[in-house]
Design a protein around this ligand. Sequence first.
Ligand SMILES: *[C@@H]1O[C@H](CO)[C@@H](O)[C@H](O)[C@H]1NC(C)=O
Ligand SMILES: *[C@@H]1O[C@H](CO)[C@@H](O)[C@H](O)[C@H]1NC(C)=O
Length: 257
Amino acid sequence: MSNFATLLAVFFLIGVISAKSCNLPPSEWCSTTEISVACQVEKQCRLWSGMGSKATAPVNIALYYESLCPGCKEFITTQLQPTWMKLGDSGILNVTLVPYGNAHEQQEGTGWIFECQHGEWECAGNIMETCILSLFKFKTAAPIIFCMEAAVDPYRTAYQCLQQQGVDPKPALQCANSSMGNALEHKMALLTESLNPPHQYTPWITLNGMHTEAIQQKATTDLAKLVCDTFTGQKPDACSDLYNMERCYRNSKSTFT
Ligand SMILES: *[C@@H]1O[C@H](CO)[C@@H](O)[C@H](O)[C@H]1NC(C)=O
Ligand SMILES: *[C@@H]1O[C@H](CO)[C@@H](O)[C@H](O)[C@H]1NC(C)=O
């Protein structure tokens, strides 16, 4: 066989191998890196998967708070609750509540003794809310916590709020007065203490794990807008409604001034 024929054979073989390795419908081309290389669409697949994961990832809002602090109650009732009602079902918002705030803890035996800024009923409220968050899915826990934080005394309103949501209050009440509730609250302490930068006040808000004064400011003035602005995927209708209302408000303002 001549050199030329060998060369042709080699090219033919390479052609067969690469054609074979991309012998898949286009819908499969991005299924693995190897396939995307074989089908010569590696770069496109990287771009596409980056967009895909961003589009589906919800915006994470975490609230570090304590049950009796007036600023926390205000944020929960005037920002978090309405925002959750608007955007909770859209899947673009993931809320994490950490009821501990400026409390301190000290180990005693196998458990922890908590000391809270606003006294023992605040600690009781923190532990009750922690138990509720651990016992129920957030969808169920959220309205219970909103109900508690709207009351003067969240801890002593828990029973009523649990009943209002149609859940059996017993497990939560038992948890709040047990070593399980104590251990769960210790986890909240650890979460709070691992904040970077450490929290300086409550409520302390993080957006996708980050805290800045600008984020705090935006979250406490218009949380729903912050979440919609941050979400990079296709905005749900609830966001468009929000933007439309904002536009109307701006227009009416310019009409009247
Ligand atoms: C929602 O937040 C929790 C932390 O509370 C986190 O573990 C979880 O991964 C987040 N979910 C998504 C989809 O980002
Ligand atoms: C539960 O409550 C009772 C009565 O208030 C108290 O005596 C007991 O020590 C509590 N148990 C725990 C584990 O906190």
